[in-house]
Design a protein around this ligand. Structure first.
Ligand code: ZN
Length: 436
């Protein structure tokens, strides 16, 4: 199948610093981009992410975004108790950056979209105003993402009714009030936990990773009520998972001793699952919760009255540890962006990792669902690995590419996309008779 869609993401500050026309003209002419989306709700993450400094921003060397701000103008009537925050930065506040992007993209005949990125709630604000809606670990601590515990990050619980309403509000606000073709999200699901890493020099083994999930989320009151309504024994569940969490973190002398035995034993993931019925049922409960969220978003978008493509953007190597089961959740999406950036390892092995992840998603999708392969067009990738990644996308039955991210891209990497499409005959225009 041809790689028909070549998408690229932009941030509000890219548009402010470089101008939408310049950014889109660079992307279209160098990398054949025909689809542009705004990262409309962006988490707190230093930009550019991998390089220390921007390669082509004329205004600033790097940027430190606020936590989980909306860069469109949210419609108040779509939201209940939890409402999106907008930017307080002078150069961003007051402008509808999604409309700016849409106007620029439509003028060029491009598809347009908007992404709701990893986190949707400012952690400090939420800790002060909605502590009941935040994920908790089995010990009652607030579960965060990305940074150290001391950074006081926080994830909303996707089973909390007010959080569900908020998520539905975000999607329907964008679908109703903006001329977007697709809505994409890489929302962080349940906290996947962090173990202590094990003792093997090769890093944690698979069962140690899985054990670490017991230190993740969620054990809030909303989860307890939902799980109990579904027939789970909450006391038994928290007792068993509490034990596993202490094993994972080596809390207590008895657990430390047991963990040392396990580390020196021929233990496995399947042993861990077969042995711990309540842990297994909790993993299945999380899966049902996430699949239900996808179904709710789908239903809400179906009620908007015009077709909106729902695109899920993967964000972790082992999504099942966050409750995401591809096959069940992806029944409710139109397309998946596999966001692997292993091309940035700069090696053939990195391209092989990407190829495997693409195959995994393709297998989980029906034939009429689209697979979009992300490309890391940033300095750690090489033109060779990027061209190899385009071949991997062709091999995996992909339907498009999605470049991540313009802010960190170099012109040489963008050119490699155009060259790779030609080299691997990735579109119908390369499948034509020779001129006589
Ligand atoms: Zn919860």
């Amino acid at each position: 199948m041809p790689l028909n869609e070549i998408a690229a993401s932009l941030y509000a500050w890219d548009l402010a610093d470089e101008g939408v026309d310049h950014a889109l003209d660079v992307l279209a002419s160098r990398a054949e981009v025909n689809s542009a989306y705004l990262v409309g709700m962006m988490h707190k993450e230093k930009r550019p992410l991998h390089a220390r400094h921007y390669p082509h921003n004329p205004v600033r060397r790097y940027y430190l975004p606020e936590d989980s701000r909306a860069y469109w103008k949210p419609a108040a009537d779509r939201y209940g108790r939890i409402k999106p925050l907008t930017s307080d930065r002078d150069f961003l506040a007051g402008t509808d950056w999604l409309q700016v992007l849409i106007d620029g993209a439509r003028a060029r005949g491009m598809r347009t979209g908007c992404e709701i990125s990893h986190t949707i709630i400012d952690a400090q604000y939420a800790r002060a105003h909605y502590p009941d809606a935040l994920q908790r670990d089995v010990f009652g601590n607030i579960v965060g993402a990305f940074e150290a515990v001391e950074a006081q990050r926080a994830l909303p619980c996707l089973n909390h009714p007010d959080v569900r309403d908020y998520i539905i509000g975000l999607f329907t606000d964008l679908a109703i009030n903006y001329d977007v073709d697709y809505l994409q999200t890489c929302l962080v699901m349940f906290g996947a936990g962090r173990g202590d890493g094990g003792t093997h020099s090769a890093g944690p083994t698979d069962w140690q990773h899985l054990l670490g999930v017991a230190t993740g989320g969620c054990f809030c009151d909303a989860c307890r009520e939902k799980a109990t309504a579904e027939g789970l024994d909450w006391a038994e569940l928290t007792d068993e998972i509490g034990h596993l969490a202490r094993l994972s973190k080596r809390i207590g002398l008895a657990e430390l001793h047991e963990r040392q035995l396990l580390d020196e034993a021929n233990y496995s993931e399947s042993s861990l699952l077969i042995e711990n019925d309540a842990f297994m049922s909790w993993l299945q409960f999380r899966k049902r919760s996430i699949t239900g969220l996808f179904a709710d978003v789908r239903q809400a978008l179906d009620g908007v009255g015009r077709p909106i493509e729902l695109r899920y953007n993967t964000y972790m190597a082992a999504p099942e540890r966050a409750g995401l089961d591809f096959r069940s959740a992806f029944r409710h999406v139109d397309s998946v962006r596999e966001s692997d950036y292993s091309d940035q390892l700069g090696t053939a092995e990195g391209v092989a990792i990407k190829r495997a992840k693409l195959m995994k998603v393709r297998r989980a999708l029906n034939d009429d669902q689209l697979l979009i392969a992300a490309l890391g067009v940033r300095p750690n990738a090489t033109p060779e690995t990027l061209r190899g990644s385009i071949k991997a996308a062709v091999d995996a039955g992909a339907d498009g590419l999605s470049l991540g991210h313009y802010d960190g891209a170099t012109m040489e990497r963008l050119d490699a996309v155009r060259i790779g499409l030609r080299e691997h005959e990735a579109q119908e225009r390369f499948w034509q008779p020779l001129e006589s």
